[in-house]
Ligand binder design. Structure first.
Ligand code: OXD
Length: 310
C-alpha cells in the first residue's frame, strides 16, 4: 500500500477526507510543527502539504510526489526539491470562488450598494441609477483556469473581457494578449483583476509606471498575490485619483499589519485572503485523478514547471 504523508496545519480535516477519497492509500498526518521522528515517513512516497517544514525532505528518501494544498507555488520555489519529484498544485474550485468574489465587489459598486444602505439608514428615497457595465472593459491578468473562470463571470455581467498571459496565444473564447501589453489597455478599463502567480516576472507588476496608464474609474481587484502590487505606488495613485478603487484580498505580508494604511483608506477594500477558500471539499475533487494514479503507481499528471514557478 502506497503511503501519503499529510503535513499540514489542517491535517485533521485532510487525513480522513483523503482516506475516503482513495482508500487504497495509507494516509497519515501531522501538524508541520509536530512532525515526529517516525520511520513510516522514510517509507512515504507522497506528501500533501503547504509549507514544507525545514529538513523534512531529507527524511523522506522515497518521495516521488508532492501535492501542494493550494494554487500558488511561490512558497515552494526555493525549496531544495530534487528534480525527479513531481510537484502538483491544486486550484480546485478557486476559479468559481474568485469569480464570485470579483463579481460581488464589482456589483457592490455598480449597483450603488453603499449609497442605498446609507439612504435607507436615513429613510431617504434616493433616485440612484445603477452603473451599466455592458460593454465596459475587464482585463484579467493571469488567464489560467482561475482567470478564465473570473473572465466568464465578468462576461456574464456584460463586460468585454480580455485575458493577459506570459505569451500571447490564440484562444477560442476570449482575446488573450501578452502580459507586456497590459499598460496599453489600462486607460479604457473598468476593472483589472490580478489572478496571476507570483514569479520573477509578475512581482511588482502594478507599480507607479503601470498605474500612470490607468483611468480614474478603474477598480483593481487582486486575488493573486500581494507582491504583484507595489503598495506605496498604489496608495499614491489612489490619492491622486489615478484609479478609482482597489479591492485587495492578498498582501505582501499576511496577516496585514494593523498599522497598514490600507485598512483605513477610503478607496481600498481589505479582505482576509478569503477569495478562494482551501478546504478538502474544494481541493480533493481537483486532485482525485492523481490520487488514483499515485495509488496505482502510475505517472502523476500536470506537474508544475518549477522553472516558470507555476
Ligand atoms: C493558494 C492560496 O495559493 O490559498 O492556494 O493563496
Amino acid at each position: 500500500m502506497r503511503k501519503l504523508a499529510v503535513i499540514h496545519h489542517h491535517f485533521k480535516d485532510y487525513v480522513p477526507a483523503l482516506r475516503e477519497a482513495e482508500p487504497r492509500l495509507d494516509v497519515r498526518g501531522w501538524h508541520p510543527r509536530d512532525v515526529p521522528d517516525d520511520p513510516w515517513l522514510a517509507e512515504a512516497e507522497g506528501l500533501f502539504t503547504w509549507k514544507i517544514p525545514p529538513g523534512l525532505l531529507q527524511r523522506m528518501p522515497r518521495l516521488a510526489w508532492i501535492q501542494n494544498s493550494g494554487a500558488g507555488m511561490d512558497h515552494l520555489v526555493n525549496e531544495p526539491i530534487p528534480p525527479g519529484i513531481a510537484v502538483t498544485r491544486a486550484d480546485g474550485q478557486f476559479g468559481f470562488w474568485m469569480a464570485r468574489y470579483t463579481v460581488a465587489h464589482l456589483l457592490t459598486e455598480a449597483q450603488c450598494m453603499a449609497e442605498c444602505r446609507a439612504a435607507q439608514a436615513e429613510r431617504r428615497w434616493s433616485r440612484l441609477v445603477p452603473e451599466d457595465l455592458t460593454g465596459q472593459l475587464a482585463l484579467v491578468y493571469g488567464f489560467g483556469r482561475i482567470g478564465r473562470q473570473i473572465g466568464r463571470a465578468l462576461r456574464e455581467l456584460g463586460l468585454e473581457v480580455h485575458g493577459f498571459v506570459r505569451t500571447a496565444r490564440a484562444d477560442p473564447e476570449f482575446p488573450v494578449h501578452a502580459g507586456w501589453e497590459l499598460g496599453s489597455w489600462l486607460g479604457r478599463a473598468r476593472v483589472l483583476v490580478l489572478s496571476a502567480p507570483l514569479t520573477a516576472e509578475t512581482r511588482g507588476l502594478v507599480d507607479a509606471g503601470l498605474l500612470a496608464q490607468a483611468g480614474p474609474r478603474l477598480t483593481l481587484v487582486n486575488v493573486g498575490r500581494g507582491e504583484l502590487v507595489v503598495v506605496p505606488d498604489l496608495l499614491e495613485a489612489l490619492d491622486r485619483g489615478q484609479l478609482g478603487r482597489a479591492v485587495l484580498d492578498v498582501f505582501p505580508r499576511e496577516p496585514l499589519e494593523p498599522e497598514s494604511e490600507l485598512w483605513g483608506h477610503p478607496k481600498v477594500v481589505v479582505t482576509p485572503h478569503h477569495s478562494g477558500p482551501s478546504t478538502p471539499r474544494q481541493i480533493i475533487p481537483d486532485i482525485l485523478e492523481n490520487l488514483r494514479r499515485f495509488a496505482e503507481g502510475r505517472p502523476i499528471l500536470d506537474p508544475v514547471d518549477r522553472g516558470l514557478g507555476y
